[in-house]
Write a protein that binds this ligand. Sequence first.
Ligand code: AMP
Ligand code: ZN
Length: 465
Amino acid sequence: MLPKFFNTLTRTKEEFKPLEDNHVRMYTCGPTVYDFAHIGNFRTFLFEDLLRRYLKFKGYKVTQVMNLTDIDDKTIKSAMAKKIPLGEFTAFYKRAFFEDIDKLGIERAEYYPEATAHIPEMVAMIKQLHEKAYAYVIDGNYYYSIAKFPEYGKLAHLDIAGLKAGVRIAADEYEKESVSDFALWKAWDENDGDIYWETEIGKGRPGWHIECSAMSMKYLGETFDIHTGGVDNMFPHHENEIAQSEGANGKKFVNFWLHSEHLLVDGIKMSKRYNNYYTLRDILDKGYAAVAVRYILMATNYRQQLNFTFDGLVSARNGLERYNDFYANLKDYSGGQTSGEGKSIIERMLKGFEDALDDDLNISPALGEVFDFIRDINRLKAEGLLSREERDSALNAMERVDSVLGFLIKKKAEIDADIENLIKERTEAKKRRDFAAADGIRRKLLDMGIILEDTASGTKWKRKL
Ligand code: AMP
Ligand code: ZN
């Protein structure tokens, strides 16, 4: 079955088909690398990870591009305030971003183009817009004339009739109330210090919006399948991208626009501006696992707002524990009789999971199916009515859904070997009746976040969540 996604352009759920059979091209607006990303940003990046992984689950090849905004008003201001060269300043936050997404289990996109490495592409597009009279120049600044693009406002559903032509805004970010011509290129002035490029269109630097139009075209073509971002990107950023790309190319830019709702704190958007944010690092420092953050941010449908609380994080941790314990215990289960019920429980879950996600990535019922399956398989196991073959298919089914969810805690071979060695030492210490040494090792492992359980078949371990 074809999945359906809510398309912001049409405000309806539409069946999704890529332009090219079996190959999805998608562009996901990336971080502005002037600080650590906060978990609100990661809610959006995790929604995109869910989308990407689900498309792959459905059998599509995915080419995903995520830009790194390493030049804009915010990066320049922060680098200058710290008196660090822009490239050095942003390199630090780029590295931090990749460390964070790895911890959150976000799959890597195929391309992470940096704005500063694509100035010629942006200049070429600005020149083209100027030649086609979509852009005009004032004092070396290039502006986009929204009056020249009659469809301006089609994404954010703005009514621009009666708007005064020629009102301009230079800032990268602005509100709907300030709909106006926006900057494509900003001529150098002293506020930019030594940050500028000497180009055919003068000495200066690009506006924020042009980077996504120029880089998406380079890596995905003039028309592609999906473009995403948080709802705050819809206006002005995405509206301006459409005006730039469709103006320059004369072709439809993107077929599906998907926007994720905000992460809130006490009902207010999590944001640097309101100083009500947590970075991933803040939360890990409080002793929570990154996968619990992944779970809480992913487990609510992306089009619903989500209020972040630490209580929510604790229940995410409980859900994850059930999920991981189930998988680990099932692996150790050696099989029993069969009542024939196992097969239908597995099939029902896989179908329910896919039906839910086909419906605009409706994750809550999808997770509901998985937890019902866990309960039912556990019941069969307890009754001794799950055969070895059924156990294997249940494990396969878990791995299949986890290719989308990414909630299973993978053990890493080299670290695992160290843990196993410590456990062996502890077992030997216990044999020698050196209980002080054995206890010391248990405590050491606990400090490493490893919980031991002594069972009839030996000592088992798992990671604390
Ligand atoms: P930025 O680094 O500000 O360009 O933001 C990166 C991404 O995070 C964009 O897609 C934003 O729409 C998104 N974003 C920013 N704040 C939030 C929030 N509180 N909840 C969800 N997404 C957000
Ligand atoms: Zn963008």
